[in-house]
Design a protein around this ligand. Structure first.
Ligand SMILES: NCc1[nH]cc(CCC(=O)O)c1CC(=O)O
Length: 312
């Protein structure tokens, strides 16, 4: 038995955002379970250590999660808190994504010290992003801009903007809001202009599949609407066999009993963008994701993705 009585250990990366998310889950757990002690177990992952290579070129799925999963499998930790966006579609035997918490703002944020929005940037302005998804959508909209790779955690990226390396950078709004840096957001990029990544803005919790005690503790943190949205988005990504570094956008919304999923697959240079949409009952979330992926594949998404993988 790896779980001590009334102690739960959270494996977490050491970035400010990861620590914020782990502290958030700790606070929620302690709010619901007065007699529970929650400890953080911070660790570095491969994705944190390799900082000089564009993410898309490092390869390998789960760059940011393997070390955390090893800790859970070896009983050094009980749960791991992830940005859903960075969580691979498949889990190692013995572990599962058990809980999905309520989503923060899922949009991309435009951050600049001089300009209000993408539309205000002059021709030739330099925009920083490390995401192929953001890159292809910006290039499609504004082929006159220069896109440069931008790596590092949120603070590093902001420091590079402030040092003048870029005229603007694009980040997930959720990260800035959580780190209490919402004032850095010059404007939100609409989901029409930049379809978010699957799971963006949502926090998920992974644990051992057979750990009933930990799962009982996690139960009150579950947010069912977020779960259904993220299920649809991830199902689309999975059917497309997309990793986390691909020019794929997936974004679901729920109105009443109806879930609407929008999806996009693009060439990195923005020369081609395929879009689709599926609506249906919330309970069919995964089916809608699979169906949308299939309509995109029928339009040629597989060729576009094959080229992306070849180039990277
Ligand atoms: N890929 C890194 C990553 N993973 C999650 C977030 C932001 C928070 C979130 O989406 O929940 C970010 C930073 C970014 O994309 O700007």
């Amino acid at each position: 038995m790896t779980t001590k009585n009334n102690v739960l250990r959270i494996a977490t990366r050491k970035s400010a955002l990861a620590l914020w998310q782990a502290e958030f889950v700790k606070a929620e757990l302690e709010k619901f379970h007065a007699d529970l002690t929650v400890e953080l177990v911070p660790m570095s992952t491969k994705g944190d250590k390799i900082l000089d290579t564009p993410l898309a070129k490092i390869g390998g799925k789960g760059l940011f999660v393997k070390e955390l999963e090893q800790a859970m499998l070896e009983g050094r930790a009980d749960i791991a808190v992830h940005s859903m966006k960075d969580v691979p579609v498949d889990f190692p035997a013995g572990l599962e994504l058990h809980t999905i918490c309520e989503r923060e703002d899922p949009r991309d944020a435009f951050v600049s010290n001089q300009y209000q929005a993408l539309a205000d940037l002059p021709a030739g302005a330099v925009v920083g992003t490390s995401s192929l998804r953001r890159q292809c959508q910006i290039r499609a909209m504004r082929p006159d801009l220069v896109i440069k790779d931008l790596r590092g955690n949120v603070n590093t990226r902001l420091a590079k903007l402030d040092a003048g390396e870029f005229d603007a950078i694009i980040l997930a709004a959720a990260g800035l809001i959580r780190l209490e840096m919402a004032e850095r957001i010059a404007s939100f990029v609409s989901v029409e202009d930049s379809l978010p990544a699957n799971g963006q803005g949502a926090v998920g919790i992974e644990c051992r599949s057979d750990d009933a005690q930990v799962q009982a503790w996690l139960a009150p943190l579950e947010h069912s609407e977020t779960r259904m949205r993220v299920l649809a988005e991830r199902a689309m990504n999975r059917r497309l066999e997309g990793g986390c570094q691909v020019p794929i956008g997936a974004f679901a919304e729920i109105a009443g009993e109806q879930l609407t999923l929008r999806g996009l697959v693009g060439a990195v240079d923005g020369s081609q963008i395929l879009r689709g949409e599926q609506s249906g009952p919330v309970a069919d979330a995964e089916q809608l994701g699979i169906r949308l992926a299939e309509t995109l594949l029928a339009q040629g998404a597989d060729q576009i993705l094959a080229e992306v993988y070849r180039d990277n």
